[in-house]
Write a protein that binds this ligand. Structure first.
Ligand code: FPP
Length: 255
């Protein structure tokens, strides 16, 4: 009861007109959550999946347009093979299990990352979930799997270089817009708020181009413990910040 009231109190303080259009989350701390409970790391990832469900539900409820989550980095392949295999199976389970709810709530699924090296079963589940939710317009849920910001930039630069080589446009036309349109997030606004859990203070190669002006929010909570109230608290913190984009306080006051 007290919890519900607290959530409602936080909701009441939310300024619905100043919601971040795009929130990015580095869901960190599943392994430590499990270790502290003397459980296998896989139990932490399972609990992390539940926390993701809660985050998606809250974003959908309050009207966040885009949520992008970091599920597996290009560096995560270095983990023990059984953990990598477990995570891949968990992604498939999540994708297959969530599609009906996504369609009910008008959520479209997006994918960020390199398809290279992903198991065929994951690619199939992604393709099916994307196809099944393609017409939904209320919210976009981007899942970053086999994603690295530097890898994304390298892929984008390669695709632009090929276009230049094929005479489709000249190097003079390459600007920030062209680069943005060649990234996995093409067409989406940059994240206004980037959250990382588990007390680590870095962005670990996540959306390194797109996060240039993101407000960063770090929580000490481990991802499986990060609940709706924590997410709302992060959004409220964002709403209290002064975003100047290089302009002065005086200029902002005139607008
Ligand atoms: C980081 O915690 C988390 C991951 C590498 C995996 C993220 C996956 C989930 C949240 C599961 C659900 C996701 C989907 C898309 C179904 P960590 O394992 O690095 O934790 P540690 O730093 O404490 O070891």
């Amino acid at each position: 009861m007290a919890k519900a009231e607290q959530l409602n109190d936080l909701l009441a303080r939310l300024d619905k007109k100043r919601l971040p259009a795009h929130i990015a989350i580095i869901m960190d701390g599943n392994g430590r959550w499990a270790t502290r409970r003397h459980l296998p790391r896989s139990a932490g990832h399972k609990a992390g999946m539940e926390a993701l469900r809660q985050a998606v539900e809250l974003c959908s409820e309050i009207g966040i347009h885009i949520l992008t989550v970091y599920a597996f980095s290009t560096e995560n392949w270095r983990r023990p093979a059984d953990e990598v295999g477990f995570l891949m199976r968990l992604f498939i389970q999540y994708l297959e299990g969530e599609v009906a709810l996504m369609n009910e709530q008008g959520i479209r699924l997006g994918f960020l990352g390199s398809r290279e090296a992903l198991p065929a079963a994951v690619l199939l589940a992604l393709a099916q979930a994307q196809k099944s939710t393609a017409q939904n317009e209320r919210m976009l849920l981007n899942i970053a799997v086999n994603y690295g910001g530097r890898d994304e930039l390298a892929r984008a630069i390669r695709s632009l270089a090929l276009k230049v080589r094929d005479g489709q446009f000249s190097p003079e036309h390459i600007n920030e817009q062209v680069i943005g349109a060649a990234l996995d997030t093409a067409g989406a606004p940059d994240p206004e708020l980037m959250i990382r859990t588990s007390g680590e203070l870095r962005i670990s190669n996540f959306l390194i181009w797109q996060a240039a002006y993101s407000e960063l929010y770090f929580s000490d909570k481990l991802w499986p413990d990060f609940n709706k109230r924590d997410l709302l608290t992060a959004i409220l913190d964002f709403q209290g910040r002064n975003r100047r984009f290089g302009r002065t306080e005086q200029q902002m006051a005139k607008d």
